[in-house]
Design a protein around this ligand. Structure first.
Ligand code: FE2
Length: 361
């Protein structure tokens, strides 16, 4: 074979993950955000069963991805296991999942809209719809892009007999919703029954009387958190690594995202919206609705299993003036506040920010 043909055959602009994605034969949603995950179109999924779509938003920087899968009424997905992590959030419906290690005992747990859980790495999993009259829809955030690109070996990733007991050793209470509290608003558990009603803790440094909780799930390197902020308020802008998938659980508002010194992008959101702030872009969340705004973020940055400074959340609560990655209210562009107040005025509502501004000085 002439040398030029050899080069053409071996090299490609596509990553191993890109090629895998093409073979999956599913729609892929790209871009900046999704208005409502409950409405996105899904197509039959040969490998998994059910129907789905991949979600590869720009803000992931190719470090992680997401998919939506729908289980038909009364139906189930195929059993499968793989060597990338996934954190699953139930968008709608209710059902059950069976988990087992290769050769090990099976265990089941039930979920409903609002539940969050993570099948352990390389454990078998199978999902069942518990209702006969409507589909169940799941959102999963995964580390597939990094894992598939690093190893570029499907046999290793999808047919690996290794049982990873440090992740899951068949503990009977693994998905019982029990857990362990750690300092720093951390709840370590493998099943959160309902992120909409989960009790949060004060997180004053991010501004606006906000509350939050951090989740460590299934001994993953990925993690998650919930954040909530009151009616008529907005959080401080901050920036961090790529790949934080932000799903709106309740409320109505918008977020502004920008790379330092560049034009700002606005995303309007409500329950069911998804967006991913790009790597080290500032982003700031504004509640202009009539109820507290609560979101779930599934992201890099486990505090138990750290990966790399490139994927960390360092300095997210510290002022940029002190070398951190947060813009205090007193340092922000005055346009931020003006636009927020104008948005509230359009809805006949008022800003509740005065106490938080005055605390700054
Ligand atoms: Fe953030």
């Amino acid at each position: 074979m002439p040398e030029s043909e050899v080069s053409q055959a071996v090299f490609s602009d596509l990553t191993s993950y890109d090629k895998w994605l093409e073979e999956e034969g599913l729609p892929v949603i790209r871009g900046f955000h999704i208005t409502d995950l409950k409405d996105v179109a899904v197509a039959p999924w040969r490998r998994k069963g059910g129907a789905g779509t991949y979600v590869n938003l720009d803000g992931t920087g190719g470090t992680n991805d997401a998919y939506v899968v729908e289980i038909p009424p009364g139906g189930n997905l195929k059993p499968e296991k793989y060597l990338f992590e996934e954190v699953i959030f139930v968008l709608s419906g209710r059902g059950a999942t069976t988990i087992w290690n290769e050769g090990g005992k099976k265990q089941n747990f039930e979920w409903q809209a609002g539940s969050l859980f993570s099948p352990p790495l390389n454990a078998w999993r199978q999902h069942f719809n518990g209702q006969g009259d409507q589909p169940a829809r799941l959102l999963a955030v995964t580390t597939a892009p990094l894992v598939i690109n690093l190893f570029h070996n499907r046999e290793l990733i999808f047919h690996n007999p290794m049982v990873l007991k440090d992740r899951y050793a068949g503990e009977p209470d693994y998905f019982s919703s029990s857990g362990k509290a750690h300092p720093g608003r951390v709840w370590e558990s493998n099943f959160i029954p309902d992120v909409a009603s989960f009790k949060l803790q004060d997180m004053l440094r991010r501004g606006a009387g906000g509350t939050s909780i951090n989740f460590e799930l299934a001994n993953n390197t990925m993690c998650a958190h919930i954040s909530e902020f009151p009616v008529g308020t907005y959080k401080k802008a901050h920036r961090h690594a790529a790949g934080a998938h932000i799903v709106l659980i309740s409320g109505e508002g918008y977020s502004i995202l920008w790379k330092d010194g560049q034009t700002k992008t606005r995303v309007d959101w409500h329950t069911g919206s998804l967006f991913v702030p790009p790597d080290m872009w500032f982003h700031q969340h504004f509640n202009v609705g009539r109820e507290p705004a609560r979101y779930l973020a599934v992201r890099w940055g486990s505090q138990k299993f750290r990966v790399s400074g490139v994927l960390s959340m360092a300095g997210v609560e510290d002022s940029v003036k002190a070398g951190g990655n947060q813009i205090e209210y007193e340092d922000e562009d005055p346009e931020i506040r003006r636009i927020f107040e104008a948005e509230l005025a359009k809805r006949g509502a008022e800003s509740k920010m005065a106490p938080f501004f005055s605390k700054q000085r």
